[in-house]
Design a protein around this ligand. Structure first.
Ligand SMILES: Nc1ncnc2c1ncn2[C@@H]1O[C@H](COP(=O)(O)OP(=O)(O)OP(=O)(O)O)[C@@H](O)[C@H]1O
Length: 263
């Protein structure tokens, strides 16, 4: 783990989540004269699914990179779990390594292949162990990326617009998959998206970031699926107006299509 980040500690959190996986206090990040994130306080509960929405340039990826340990925190008060994994918009697989070796990358011990196989089975790709990454579809490649992330049982899973490049139907299937993986492994999740409907379909809590500050939050307690689809229109309206209409509203009825999903 990155020595600049504080070790995981148990701290009080919201009543819903007994302990915090992530805690930032007064976090600030600047590039030269340009302050991108300023005095940010954030807690994410263990096992909580948080979605971060915000206009382009609001600091979402900067925050995600900080939590991933990819950027320096310069001794600031940043607490994250020791094990974290990131899935980006592109799967970032090594094309010269077979699928299972991509998943097993960095795993030690004789069980690495078995662990990779189990993870690939979980994402429905148990039959593609020996495939080369370039023979996979975009959705399959993202499933491999999810398997690679989860095989390490991270305490924090960071998702940076992981489904943005996929077609609508594949994206819906990925939502179901990510929810079932999350239910099984229960990492804290912070997912960045531009898609308000995706946020509503997946999140325990939606956070709106603007100018590097949290400008609004919505905790969603309705069960995922039909119950959530019922509350989606006013919630969508609230989120969009909090964002000042800066996030593109799409006609996609993602939440409605999730109505058949398990809670
Ligand atoms: N390495 C860097 N050097 C200088 N400026 C940077 C760097 N990384 C990000 N920035 C600036 O920080 C601001 C926030 O960028 P960031 O990528 O976090 O935004 P974002 O909300 O993720 O945007 P998008 O939705 O377009 O991905 C932008 O103005 C960007 O130009």
């Amino acid at each position: 783990m990155d020595a600049r980040l504080t070790q995981f500690t148990t701290v009080p959190s919201s009543p819903t989540f007994a302990e915090a996986a992530v805690r930032l206090r007064g976090f600030t990040r600047s590039f030269g004269e340009n302050t991108i994130i300023s005095g940010l306080d954030l807690e994410i509960g263990a096992g909580e699914f948080v979605v971060l929405l915000g206009r382009s340039g609001s600091g979402k990826t900067t925050l995600l990179r900080t939590l991933a340990g990819l950027d320096p925190v310069d001794g600031q008060d940043v607490t994250v779990p020791s094990s974290r994994a990131v899935v980006f918009q592109d799967a970032r697989l090594l094309p010269w390594k077979k699928v299972w070796r991509n998943v097993a990358l960095g795993l030690k011990g004789a069980n690495a292949r078995d662990a990779a196989q189990d993870a690939l089975q979980e994402v429905g790709l148990g039959h593609r162990l020996e495939a080369w990454p370039l023979t996979l579809s975009g959705g399959e490649a993202q499933r491999v990326a999810l398997a690679r992330a989860l095989v390490r049982e991270p305490g924090l899973l960071l998702l940076d617009e992981p489904f943005a490049a996929l077609d609508a139907l594949t994206r819906l299937r990925m939502h179901e998959l990510v929810l079932s993986l999350w239910r099984r492994h229960r990492p804290a999740v912070m997912m960045v998206t531009h898609d308000v409907d995706e946020a509503i379909a997946l999140a325990d809590r939606v956070i709106l970031l603007d100018g590097g500050k949290i400008v609004a939050q919505e905790r969603i307690t309705a069960a995922r699926g039909a119950e959530r689809a019922g509350i989606a229109p006013p919630l969508r309206q609230r989120l969009l107006s909090a964002l000042g209409g800066v996030v593109e509203e799409r006609p996609a009825d993602v939440v409605a299509l999730h109505a058949g999903a398990r809670p």
